[in-house]
Structures are given as C-alpha cells and as structure tokens.
Design a protein around this ligand. Sequence first.
Ligand SMILES: [Zn+2]
Length: 133
Amino acid sequence: MAKQFTDEELRKRLTPEEYHILREAGTEAPYTGKLLENKAEGTYVCPVCGNELFSSKTKFDSGSGWPSFYDVASTGSVKLVPDDSLGMHRVEVLCAVCGSHLGHLFDDAKNQPTGQRFCINSASLKFMPKKQS
Ligand SMILES: [Zn+2]
C-alpha cells in the first residue's frame, strides 16, 4: 500500500533541495552529496517514509559522484520505471512505499556482482548507523 504524504507536510519536513530531488525528480550536483564518502556500516532508508532502501554492504565507489549501490536492501525496496526524459533512455528508481524519486539504475555488468549500479542522490537517502552491540 502506497503511503501518502501531503505536499504541505513534506515542504515543512524537507529542505528545498531535498524536496526538489525527492518530489520533483531533481538531481543533486555530482560530488556534493553528504553521503557520497560515507563508508560506515548501516542502512540507508527513505527520508520521507523510512522504507529500508539500501545496505552499506552493497555501497561502492563508482567514481560517478553519487552514492552507488549494486543491490537493494530487499526485493521490493524500490520501484523501477522507464525514464525517457532528457533524450536518454534510463531507468528511474523510486521508493516502493511512497514513490519518492531516488535516482537511476544503470548497467554495470563489468564491475558489479549484480551487473547493476543504483546511482542515488544523497538527498534521497537517510543513513541509519548500525547499532553497536
Ligand atoms: Zn519512501
């Protein structure tokens, strides 16, 4: 079941940049994202609804300037839709729960075990560090 959030609520909760990226399918400038260099162990969740999206275990340095993952946290974490904007055929990655824009999915067959590279905006991720036990 898709969770619904009102525009008004989200404009209050998110920064203008986060709002633009998550709700208007914006893209942050490469190498500016706060989570690009994050190598800590933990989970990346949707900043809008808290849905678990990616694990630090599949994060890698792709050299693209955006946080990159080669797999999702679990099947059904994200929704993939064709995106033919900007004259390119790409696959858009959305949060499966609330439909927020996360980034794009690319083929990366040479480098990654899954042959996939999820190229995700830092603004579309909230990092939850693994609890020390
Ligand atoms: Zn979400």
